[in-house]
Design a protein around this ligand. Structure first.
Ligand code: SAH
Ligand code: SF4
Ligand code: F3S
Length: 456
C-alpha cells in the first residue's frame, strides 16, 4: 500500500481530541500515517471548535497558511486534501466553502465515520464534499472497533450532544441531541485500550453525567462495570452538569476506589440572576448543597469548574457573587472565559450586553482569584503521600512525570529507573513542593511496588 501522510490539527474540547484520534484511525486502512509537517501532508484535517469567537478566527488564519502550502505542493505535482471538521464546520460549512474555496471536505462531528468515502469522492470528482448531516446511524457503530494505542491515560467518549440549551452555548446546535453509547460498546473499547497499556480512562461527554446508555442506564452503573476491568486502575469523567448529578453517582464517589477524587462540575456563575438568564436550571445554593453532598461522600474531593464573566445582564453585584462562591468552594482549578456572543443563541440577542472592557476587568479579577485558589489547593498537598500514575519520562533526565489522584501534574526523580519502564505504574509518592500547575514529589517505596500487570 502506498504510504500517505496525514496531519490532524485539533482545537476545542477533549471530545474533539477523541474525534481526531478516531479520524486518524478510520483513515489508517487507506494507507495514512501521521505527520506533523504540513509540507509532507497528503491530507490535512483541521478539527475545529466554535465555542468562542477566536476559535473561528484561528481556523481562517490556519486555512490561509495551508492554502500556500497546498499550492506549493501542487506546483510539485503533489496533491493535498484539505478537510475542515468539528463544530465550526458544522455551524459554518457554507461560510467556509465561500471564504476558502480551496477546502476539499467539510464534515461535522457526527459524520467522521464517513471520511474514507468523502476522501474517495473528493479524489474522483473534485469540488467540495460537504457532509454536516446529523445521520440516523451513530458514528460509534461504524468506526473501527479496535483503537490504536492510546497511552497510559486516555479518553473514551461515552455520550455526546446536549439538550440543555444554555442561553450562551452553541454545543446543542453543533453536536446535536444528547445520545449515549451502549455499555457493551464502551466496555469493549475500554478493554481494548487497557490491553494496549492504558491504565486511566476519562469518560467523555458534553453532559457525561446524563449518560443513560443501554446495558447500564446511568453513569454510576457504567463506572461500576468499568471498575471490574482488570488492569484499569483509574476512572474519571468529564464534563458534568450540576442538574444531572444523580444520587447513585454521588454514592459512587464514596465507594468506588478507582474513581478518582477530582470532579469537573461547571457552575458558570455565582449569581442566581445570571444563572437564570443562562438557563442553567440551578441556583448557586443548589450548587453549594450539591458540593456538600459530594464532599460528604468523598471528603478529599477536589472540584474544578468553568466560569463565564460578562454574560448579558451581569452586573458588578452578580460578578461579586461569583467571586464569593469561588472563595467559599475553593476550587482546585478552573477555566474562565469572557462571554462571547454566538450567532443563533438566545444570549446573543439579549439586551444589556456587557461592555468588552468591563468583561476584561472581571475576567482578570476572577482569574487572579482562581489561580490563588489553585495554588492553595496544590500547596495543601505538600507533605502528604498519595498514589501517582506514572505517564512517562519527565522534562529532565532521570525524572518521571505522572498525575496525582487530583489530576495535578507530578514530577519526581527516579535516577535508578528507566522512566519508560515505570510508565503505567501506580507509585506512592510524597509531595515536597507545589506550584500553581504541578507538584514536585519524591518516590516513597518504589522497591516494594509489584509491577502492575496489564490485562491481556
Ligand atoms: N457541557 C459543558 C461545557 C461545554 S463548553 C458544560 O455544560 O459545562 C465549555 C465551556 O465553555 C463552558 O462551560 C462555558 O464556560 C464556556 N462557554 C460556552 N459558551 C461560551 C460563550 N458563548 N462564551 C464564553 N464562554 C463559553
Ligand atoms: Fe453548552 Fe450548557 Fe450543554 Fe454545557 S450544558 S454543552 S454549556 S448547552
Ligand atoms: Fe468546541 Fe465543539 Fe467541543 S464547539 S468545545 S469542539 S463541542
Amino acid at each position: 500500500m502506498v504510504t500517505k501522510r496525514l496531519l490532524v490539527k485539533t482545537w476545542g474540547c477533549q471530545m474533539n481530541v477523541y474525534d481526531s484520534e478516531r479520524m486518524a484511525e478510520v483513515l489508517a486502512p487507506l494507507g495514512f500515517s501521521s505527520t506533523t509537517t504540513p509540507e509532507d501532508a497528503d491530507m490535512v484535517i483541521l478539527n475545529t471548535c466554535h465555542i468562542r469567537e477566536k476559535a473561528a478566527e484561528k481556523l481562517f488564519s490556519e486555512l490561509g497558511r495551508l492554502r500556500v502550502v497546498k499550492q506549493a505542493r501542487a506546483d510539485r505535482g503533489l496533491p493535498m486534501v484539505l478537510a475542515v471538521a468539528g463544530c465550526v464546520a458544522q455551524a459554518e460549512g457554507a461560510e467556509i466553502a465561500a471564504r476558502a474555496p480551496y477546502v476539499d471536505i467539510v464534515l461535522g462531528p457526527q459524520t467522521i465515520h464517513r471520511l474514507p468515502e468523502m476522501v474517495a469522492r473528493a479524489g474522483r470528482a473534485g469540488g467540495l464534499v460537504l457532509d454536516t448531516e446529523f445521520p440516523a446511524e451513530s458514528k460509534f457503530d461504524l468506526l473501527p472497533g479496535a483503537r490504536s494505542p492510546q497511552g497510559v491515560a486516555a479518553f473514551l467518549t461515552v455520550q455526546e450532544g446536549c439538550d440543555k440549551f444554555c442561553a450562551f452555548c452553541v454545543v446543542p446546535y453543533t453536536r446535536g441531541a444528547e445520545a449515549s453509547r451502549p455499555a457493551a460498546a464502551v466496555l469493549a473499547e475500554a478493554r481494548g485500550m487497557v490491553a494496549q497499556g492504558t491504565r486511566e480512562i476519562t469518560l467523555l461527554g458534553q453532559n457525561v453525567n446524563a449518560y443513560h446508555g443501554e446495558g447500564a442506564g446511568s453513569l454510576a452503573v457504567l463506572l461500576r462495570q468499568l471498575a471490574e476491568i482488570p488492569g484499569l486502575a483509574r476512572l474519571r469523567y468529564s464534563t458534568s452538569h450540576p442538574r444531572d448529578m444523580a444520587d447513585d453517582l454521588i454514592a459512587a464517589h464514596g465507594d468506588l476506589a478507582s474513581l478518582m477524587p477530582m470532579l469537573h462540575l461547571p457552575v458558570q456563575s455565582g449569581s442566581d440572576r445570571v444563572l437564570a438568564a443562562m438557563n442553567r436550571g440551578h441556583t448557586a445554593d443548589d450548587y453549594r448543597r450539591l458540593v456538600d453532598r459530594l464532599r460528604a461522600a468523598r471528603p478529599d474531593l477536589g472540584l474544578s469548574s468553568d466560569f463565564i464573566v460578562g454574560h448579558p445582564g451581569e452586573t458588578d453585584a452578580d460578578h461579586a457573587a461569583t467571586l464569593s462562591l469561588v472563595r467559599e468552594i475553593g476550587f482546585a482549578g478552573a477555566y474562565s472565559f469572557k462571554y462571547s456572543p454566538r450567532a443563533g443563541t438566545p444570549a446573543a440577542r439579549a439586551p444589556f450586553q456587557v461592555d468588552e472592557s468591563v468583561g476584561d476587568a472581571r475576567l482578570r479579577e476572577l482569574q487572579a482569584l482562581l489561580l490563588d485558589r489553585q495554588l492553595a489547593f496544590n500547596a495543601a498537598h505538600v507533605g502528604s503521600v498519595f498514589e501517582v500514575l506514572v505517564t512517562g519520562a519527565g522534562r529532565h533526565p532521570g525524572q518521571v512525570a505522572g498525575r496525582s489522584p487530583w489530576l495535578q501534574a507530578v514530577h519526581a526523580e527516579a535516577p535508578d529507573s528507566d522512566p519508560a519502564d515505570l510508565a503505567g505504574r501506580v507509585i506512592r509518592m510524597r509531595a515536597i513542593g507545589a506550584s500553581a500547575n504541578s507538584l514536585s514529589c519524591v518516590i516513597e517505596d518504589l522497591a516494594h511496588q509489584p509491577r502492575e500487570k496489564h490485562a491481556a
